[in-house]
Design a protein around this ligand. Structure first.
Ligand code: PLP
Ligand code: COI
Length: 359
């Protein structure tokens, strides 16, 4: 499927664009264009184009506004040292987008259309990639139920779009060890629910817990499993890893309640490559606390596309608080961050063929 470009009639002037991308933070600076594809029962996927990013006009009875039939993805485009452009494992995002669509009874976007939309948009908007350290173009593909109908059923019409956003650090003030609040009251996902789909509703459900974490002076919430309130699952938008003094590393298994992160999968592979013993197994909050206190646990970190690899310094719950290691960034955390970033930016051997060069 081709993505013809319908140019923006009045794009942001270069001087203004350059000012906006000096310190873009995350999720606030958007480019001039977006990708669009429509789906209907009669026509299937059609109407692909790259056109001006502008407000949508939707009927107030549009299905997504009522029943949240919506999925999204998040991936980044990087500028390489030789001036080229690359995406990191976009095929994995395309497949996860299809898996999310199946869970939400939505049509599956073909992988080549997903990749085509992203490549066309990145090529059109490459000047929006910040040149600052850690800069990238964050891509947000999403699919919404666009049928105007208040009956509860899978919609008969959908709208797929991709936004591009200049990104620096996800964290205000740059990366530093974060402090986590363990929610013992709110769950993110249960068995049979939508925890392993990337749907907006999961994030809506996480907000009150995240709000509580902030109110209590922490950066992020960490969720426990819904059934036993015992097993550590993930953060609101990141997976989690534990590093032990014997050189082994543990992350919760994909049981259906956590998002199968592409960063998570990449770190598992990089850890194996580095000769670490890797285990995907359940890890309880009580064990985490005991291991941190005994010194058996030396590091913990969170990971995801937006936040990359983020050290966890402190953890607290209703009647406990502990520090992980020295509270500073650990060796393995730093090594994973450096190795992953170097591959993403084309500065290290890409042994697993993860980088997709598009220019
Ligand atoms: N967990 C959740 C709930 C997320 O939203 C994300 C972000 O996409 C991740 C984990 C990490 O996934 P990935 O590494 O594919 O970005
Ligand atoms: C990402 O890391 O891409 C995410 O989607 C996390 C968050 C911004 C929702």
């Amino acid at each position: 499927m081709d993505f013809p470009i319908v140019p923006h009639p009045a794009p942001v002037p270069a001087s203004e664009r350059n000012a906006r991308i000096v310190d873009p933070g995350f999720g606030r600076v958007f480019t001039d264009h977006m990708a669009v594809v429509r789906w209907s029962e009669a026509e299937g996927w059609h109407g692909a184009e790259i056109s001006a990013r502008k407000p949508l006009t939707v009927d107030p009875a549009t299905a997504v506004l009522h029943y949240a039939q919506e999925i999204f993805e998040g991936l980044k485009a990087y500028r390489l040292d030789d001036g080229g452009l690359a995406l990191f494992r976009p095929e994995a995002n395309a497949r996860r987008f299809q898996a999310s669509a199946r869970r939400m009874a939505m049509p599956e976007l073909p992988e080549d259309v997903f990749l085509g939309s992203i490549e066309a948009l990145v090529k059109a908007e490459k000047d929006w990639i910040p040149t600052i350290d850690g800069g990238s173009l964050y891509l947000r593909p999403f699919l919404i139920a666009s049928e105007v109908f208040l009956g509860v059923k899978p919609a008969s019409e959908y709208l797929y779009m991709v936004l591009a956003s200049s990104a620096g650090s996800y964290w205000k003030g740059g990366a530093r060890p974060v402090s986590l609040w363990v929610s013992h009251d709110y769950s993110r996902a249960a068995i049979g629910g939508t925890g392993d789909a990337k749907c907006g509703g999961n994030y809506a459900a996480s907000l009150v817990a995240q709000q509580e974490a902030i109110r209590r002076g922490h950066d992020q919430v960490v969720f426990l499993d819904a059934a036993e309130r015992r097993w550590v699952e993930e953060l609101g938008g990141m997976n989690i890893f534990f590093v032990f003094d014997d050189g082994s590393i543990v992350t919760p298994p994909l049981t259906g309640t956590i998002l199968p992160g592409i960063t998570r999968d990449s770190i598992l592979q990089l850890a194996r490559d580095a000769g670490l013993t890797v285990r995907e197994e359940l890890y309880s909050i009580d064990q985490w606390r005991a291991d941190a206190e005994s010194g058996r646990l030396v590091e913990s970190f969170a990971c995801g596309t937006a936040a990359v690899v983020t050290p966890i310094g402190k953890v607290a719950g209703p009647d406990y608080a502990f520090t992980v290691g020295s509270g500073a960034t650990g060796q393995t955390t730093q090594r994973m961050l450096d190795t992953l970033s170097a591959i993403q930016r084309g500065r290290a051997l890409d042994a697993h063929g993860w980088l997709r060069r598009i220019a």
